[in-house]
Ligand binder design. Sequence first.
Ligand SMILES: [Zn+2]
Length: 551
Amino acid sequence: MTERIIIMTLLLLFSTSCEWNQFADKIYYNGNIWTGNKNRPSAEFIAVKGETILGAGSNYKTFRGPETELIDLKGQFVVPGFIDNHTHFIEGGFQLMRLDLRAVDSKEEFISRIKKYVQDIPKGQWILGGKWDHEMWGGLLPTKDWIDSFTQDIPVFLSRLDGHMALANSKALELVKIKKDTPDPPGGLIERDESGEPTGILRDEAIELIRDVIPDKTYEEMDAALNKSMGYAASLGLTQIHDMCSWDDFETYVRNKDQLSLRIYAIPWYTHYKELIDYKKQHGIGDDWLRWHGIKAMLDGSLGSRTAWMHESYKDDPNTTGLVVSEDTLTLRHILRKADEAGLQMAVHAIGTRANEWVLDEFEAIEKEHGKRDRRSRIEHSQHLMPKDINRFSKNGITASMQPPHLYDDGSWAHKRVRDNVLKGTYVFRTLLESGANVTFGSDWPVASLDPLMGIYTAVTRHTRDGKNPDGWYPDEKISVEDAIRCYTINSAYAGFQEEKLGTIEAGKLADFVVLSKNITAIEPEEILNTKVVRTVVGGKDVFVKKEKNE
Ligand SMILES: [Zn+2]
């Protein structure tokens, strides 16, 4: 009898202590929560303890303890945190920090914007950036005389929008020793006035002369760029990125590992495979904040520059079918095999139909040679596919890592480059999803917009920048908002081997989610662009809260 009582008491104590452990630190309640969890697609609250979701459902009572903080979501729409499958994050940060003259439409504004920017520049630092377009103010090219008087000892180097022209001030020209008698470099031009004096405008290869003297980025600058990017990403509802990074970028992440407010899966450039394999041997593959277990390679170029590798020649240049940018495919093939042997994930950039076919062939060959395993190899962009290749993604467990914001730009002019048969296989979101492939979304930022809502909008509407496709560019490939959300959340989590921890809102997963101002599954697609991120939570912490007007 007494034994029984003791056991009962122990059981009672045990269950009570368990319950104590189950009290949440925070409960986000009164939300319209799209969980992405098939067993429980919607919820009203998310209970969080530490970094983890304790529960998500309709009645939070059992999770509420005396210390639990309650946060009213005011009926707002919540989705799992967005995961961008392809960024160049540090480069993006530098672009955010640099002078951006894109919107400038007069000489006066051009001058005043630079004047203002100079005031915050520490001595010795270069003023970089630009993106100016002289067509915006009638076509008069800027000269060093516009800015010399107030930039003086600060070197200035500002690129035109297309990168084929740049403006340097006298200080920059002096540092690179461009004078009246300096000859034009091969493939480049130093613009001169009537007296032969350089005006500050440099074209093409002449731009490289300046690039050579710009000092390497310091650790402080790299860290600052990361911080700038993280703040921006949080404001857009991103909770993780898969970053196609340089080795310096990777070291920046490692250096800042304890200060990250965004999860990062770092995928360094493939020529660093030996360093990465060594790093993995010594340090494992990282944790939920920072991981490294993949390499990024690049096979071909881009559609815009006619360097995407195609089966047939370009419509507007019959002399080319694009090109393989990887300097030596034998080396690439060797490195892919070495990486695979070391258990790394392979992510290979392929745009053209031929490039995609080549990478699919390689992935299949590697599986044959090394045996089956859960590789989740990825083709970055998977942009133009032959009909026969589409099913090969699902058949071989290959992820199509796609970036809908590119469609918004390319859809305006792609018909000039390639024929209808190619365009039918372009950004085939729907066909790939229906084939059972793991399709994931991201941005390729800073090449295209980092904003996931913009990406969802484009995947759903297939609208293009020129506004000429109101019903959608190749509209058969439009997908639903919910599918687009999946591509930005759980599918990206799967692509990074983290579907057990990320990508949906359910008990046991990490508390990464985004509160939006509108229910994007229930509004006109146009309205998605007017939807704001209200709050971004990563690991149970608010990393972004939108300021209300009256605050
Ligand atoms: Zn990229």
